[in-house]
Design a protein around this ligand. Structure first.
Ligand code: C5P
Length: 405
């Protein structure tokens, strides 16, 4: 099944009576997982207001190429680059003619000229205008240049005539748009990932933490997006850049991570706990900075209490997402990892040898063994990005197998 998860659709609306259907189309595209931005021609604004489409798309509506403010925010070239698909619905005979002739006399035609992603046109016009030889020749030209035509449908028209020229229904347009993109292994899935360390406050200036860089978790988020998933990344403190199309939630402490995960896990198909979560936190963090000499006999004791086990809690949810843990170990790697797989009721665990400095915490490479109920697979040393791709492939296959049982 193909889906529009993560896809960026630039919806062009031109001036026909069917422009009112673009409001519904925006909603249906969003339901299928797409992000939608809208460009309207001047004539389209006579049929439906930019404000309506702005409110529905959640983004400003672009109308004028010579608007300095709009160009400064997101210019026509950036919009063309942003789009994975330009869908013009409804497309009038005039728009089709201008596109077929390579004109760039408004924002929408200019954008189409600059766009290297697929362009699809959903015609909407009176049946005589559609069957007119000139319109048909324009369609042929565009088809030869790789532009796709969605419809038109046939039936009763706004003008009272019957024939070809009706805009297809929004759901038909969504299906045709989705069919342009090859289905990927995680299409339509929502993946929740934790990454990085957590910090546990001792006082306002000191904390307990660990060496986790977050690199492996961020690479997994990127690989999951590549595989077609929508991804939420809950990150402890790290300086890493958020991968494109990933929704990021920043947290500091384990308890914050715990709350954020529980709020998101119910809506997730897959949970990957990569974060190096602090198992303990100071029982009584102090409000003022601790001064030298506050301890006795030159020692200072900090009482620690156990943090909630985030992944074990996720694995107890009903229904639970396909739950994948990471085990960072310095010895008895496979044995300890298998024990965690069982004790935390995980579906899969990725075992990491962190005693080897060429892999693990801060390095750019990793070598892991992925273990699940009946089998295991060694992923030899390679970049964390490639490890992430391999792990995502295994997760997708196992999750699919679990859904079948
Ligand atoms: O028990 P250990 O910390 O080695 O287990 C590692 C796995 O458990 C990782 O997936 C980590 O994200 C998760 N974990 C957790 N909550 C904790 C401790 C670990 O989710 N409090």
């Amino acid at each position: 099944m193909s889906s529009l998860t993560n896809k960026r659709i630039l919806l062009g609306v031109t001036g026909g009576i069917a422009a009112y259907k673009s409001a519904e189309l925006i909603r249906r595209l969003q339901d299928a997982g797409a992000e939608v931005r809208v460009v309207m021609t001047a004539a389209a604004t006579e049929f439906i207001t930019p404000l309506t489409l702005q409110a529905l798309s959640g983004n400003p509506v672009y109308q004028d190429m010579l608007d300095a403010d709009a160009e400064a925010a997101m210019g026509h070239i950036q919009l063309a680059r942003w789009a994975d698909l330009v869908l013009v619905a409804p497309a009038t005979a005039d728009f089709i003619a201008r596109l077929a002739n390579g004109q760039g006399n408004d924002l929408l035609t200019t954008l189409c000229l600059a766009c290297t992603s697929p362009i699809a046109v959903a015609p909407s016009m009176n049946q005589a205008m559609w069957t007119n030889q000139v319109t048909q020749q324009n369609q042929d030209n565009l088809l030869q240049n790789g532009v796709r035509f969605f419809g038109p449908g046939e039936g009763l028209q706004a003008c009272g005539e019957t024939g070809p020229g009706r805009l297809l229904e929004p759901l038909q347009l969504v299906d045709l748009a989705a069919a342009i993109f090859p289905s990927s292994i995680l299409s339509g899935k929502h993946v929740l990932i934790t990454a990085g360390p957590t910090r546990e406050a001792i006082d306002p200036v000191r904390y307990i933490s660990n060496h986790s860089s977050g690199k492996q978790g961020f690479a997994l988020a990127e690989a999951a997006v590549e595989a077609g998933a929508s991804v939420t990344l809950i990150a402890g403190p790290t300086h890493l850049q958020t991968p494109d199309r990933v929704q990021r939630i920043d947290v500091i402490s384990t308890q914050e991570m715990f709350s954020a995960v529980l709020a998101e896990a119910k809506n997730s198909d897959i949970y990957i706990g990569v974060a190096a979560v602090a198992d303990f936190r100071p029982a009584h963090p102090v409000e003022q900075k601790i001064k030298k000499g506050q301890g006795s006999n030159e020692t200072l004791s900090i009482e620690l209490i156990e943090n909630p086990d985030i992944i074990a809690t996720v694995a107890e949810l009903d229904p639970k997402p396909f739950t994948v843990g990471f085990a960072a170990e310095t010895d008895n790697l496979i044995e300890y990892a298998k024990a965690k797989l069982i004790s935390k009721r995980l579906d899969m665990i990725v075992a990491n040898d962190v005693s080897d400095s060429s892999i693990g915490f801060n390095s750019d490479e990793n070598k892991t063994t992925v273990i699940w109920d009946s089998d295991q697979k060694v992923i030899p040393q390679m970049s964390k990005h490639n490890v992430a791709r391999e792990v995502i492939e295994l997760i997708a296959a196992r999750q699919k197998a679990r859904l079948r049982t």
